[in-house]
Design a protein around this ligand. Structure first.
Ligand SMILES: [Zn+2]
Length: 318
């Protein structure tokens, strides 16, 4: 009797031991499998490159899979992490940011991103891009983007002499909004006057050549556009001052200019070459040069405090 009990007990031990061995195998197997699965993840690959889990998570939040693969091709780089924090970071420019930063170490990253995005890391007029005029009021014309010599906007309308010192033209839809802006300003006792608006390729060519002859090429490039590179050829621009302050020096300090800075975007107009942004726009500040881009774009630019070049680079050209 006693012997049989002992035998049963022994059997129970074997069963128990068997179960335990199976259980441990399963757990080990699962661990091994999980490990195997984890090693296939992007997080693991980033950690292998030297990024912390926190950094890896950040990279994954900001970038798409194929973009991360590009990062995995490079050595771990803290600059990449800092660039990812920049609002207007564009993955396609990553290599150029890094390259440019090496040359311009003292510059803030925010500026490096803005400069590279807007092609301003290139010499003026050295990189020729063709303006997409199908974008209409969103087309970009600057030191890099140019219109063809034969581009003439459709539906140019002559600006009433109530608002203009001489014969000037604007595209119809921009003119409609200009009148609204003009009336709103008038209610504040501001009488805006247009000095210049649409100019064709030939006219711009003459202006630029005159400046070049009288002031030299460097100065001419700062203040006048090469033909094809002038926004005035779009028919979306007015150069304006006020009746009370017709000269640019006084206009810059005027109430009229202040009012435009605060309200022009409500009518789709923007200050194209603001103070302190020459390193992006390529132009000295022009308080008189206002460009129609539509209310939506103008409002976004106003809220984000960015130039049209930056807007175009980030939201249209990408
Ligand atoms: Zn102008």
């Amino acid at each position: 009797m006693k012997k049989r009990k002992l035998k049963l007990k022994k059997q129970a031990y074997y069963v128990l031991a068997g179960i335990m061995i199976i259980a441990v195998s399963i757990i080990l197997g699962m661990n091994y499998y999980n490990d195997y699965q984890y090693k296939k993840t992007t997080e693991y690959k980033l950690v292998e490159k030297g990024y912390t889990i926190k950094e890896a998570t950040k990279i994954q939040e900001k970038l798409k899979e194929e973009e991360i693969n590009k990062i995995l091709e490079k050595e771990k780089n803290d600059l990449i992490l800092k660039l990812l924090e920049e609002k207007y970071f564009l993955m396609k420019n990553l290599d150029t940011y890094i390259e440019y930063q090496k040359k311009e170490e003292e510059k803030e990253l925010k500026d490096i991103v803005a400069i590279v995005n807007t092609h301003a890391n290139n010499k003026w007029y050295q990189k020729e891009l063709e303006t997409d005029y199908n974008l209409k009021e969103k087309m970009n014309v600057n030191k890099f983007y140019a219109l063809k010599s034969d581009y003439t906007p459709e539906n140019l309308i002559e600006i009433s002499l109530n608002y203009s010192y001489g014969k000037n033209k604007l595209i119809d839809y921009a003119y409609e909004k200009f009148i609204e802006l003009w009336n709103a300003a008038k209610e504040e006792d501001i009488h805006l006057m247009v000095n210049s608006s649409y100019r064709d390729y030939e006219e711009q060519k003459n202006i630029y050549e005159d400046y070049k002859a009288s002031r030299g090429e460097k100065k001419a490039d700062e203040i006048a556009a090469h033909p094809g590179h002038s926004e005035h050829q779009t028919g979306l621009v007015v150069d304006m001052t006020s009746l009370k302050e017709p000269y640019v020096e006084e206009f810059k300090a005027s109430n009229a200019y202040k009012w435009l800075k605060e309200h022009a975007h409500e009518y789709g107009f923007i200050e194209r070459y603001p103070e302190g942004k020459s390193y992006i726009t390529g132009y000295s500040p022009e308080s008189w040069h206002w460009r129609y881009v539509g209310i939506e774009v103008a409002t976004k630019m106003h809220n984000e405090d960015i130039t049209f070049d930056e807007y175009y680079a980030y939201y249209i050209e990408k």
